[in-house]
Design a protein around this ligand. Structure first.
Ligand SMILES: NC(=O)c1ccc[n+]([C@@H]2O[C@H](COP(=O)([O-])OP(=O)(O)OC[C@H]3O[C@@H](n4cnc5c(N)ncnc54)[C@H](OP(=O)(O)O)[C@@H]3O)[C@@H](O)[C@H]2O)c1
Length: 142
């Protein structure tokens, strides 16, 4: 068990007395830690609404939170709030416009440098639209 109550990942081999006819005389015990516990979680659309709430809820469990959205000021305010409440948490604020492919490429590079590999993606950023999908505005729905 980890200090947070999660289960550490790993495979443990336990020796067992070999009985006649047994296959290998060993039992494999596999324990798996949910990747969110102590892992790196990327939340898109974290500057407001549901994404912001995801960040607040997961802050106690993750090792690194990457919070992405366009409004850098809101991300920095959230970052400060999360770190104040969870001093051991690492928070990377990642300002990015996800509808701009070049900006996404830039942000992915910055994220790799600052946070490393991501364990969990919460792909939350988006806008609501009310229309039939095939006639919806591509710039809003893509
Ligand atoms: N609330 C509901 O009842 C409901 C129902 C069904 C589905 N959803 C979906 O759930 C998600 C979150 O909804 P919400 O109510 O929390 O909406 P919200 O408060 O408007 O939040 C949307 C988030 O997405 C970010 N975002 C929007 N466009 C972006 C872009 N181009 N690049 C980067 N970030 C962008 C916004 O940040 P910036 O403006 O700072 O970029 C904001 O943080 C959306 O995908 C929405 O469609 C919500």
């Amino acid at each position: 068990m980890t200090p947070e109550g999660g289960v550490a990942a790993g495979v443990h081999m336990r020796e067992r007395p070999v009985r006649k006819g047994s296959y290998l005389g060993r039992t494999a015990i596999v324990t798996v830690r949910p990747p969110v516990d102590g892992g790196t979680v990327l939340i898109t659309g974290a500057s407001s609404g549901i994404g912001r709430e995801f960040a607040a809820q997961l802050a106690a469990r993750t090792g690194t939170l990457v919070i992405a959205a366009r409004r850098a000021g809101l991300l920095e305010a959230l970052r400060a709030e999360l770190i104040a409440a969870h001093p051991r948490l690492r928070v990377v604020a990642l300002p990015v416009d996800l509808s701009d492919e070049r900006d996404v490429e830039r942000a992915v590079t910055a994220m790799r440098e600052q946070a490393g590999p991501v364990d969990v993606l919460i792909n939350n950023a988006g806008v609501g639209d009310q229309a039939l999908f095939d006639v919806a505005d591509w710039t809003r729905t893509r």
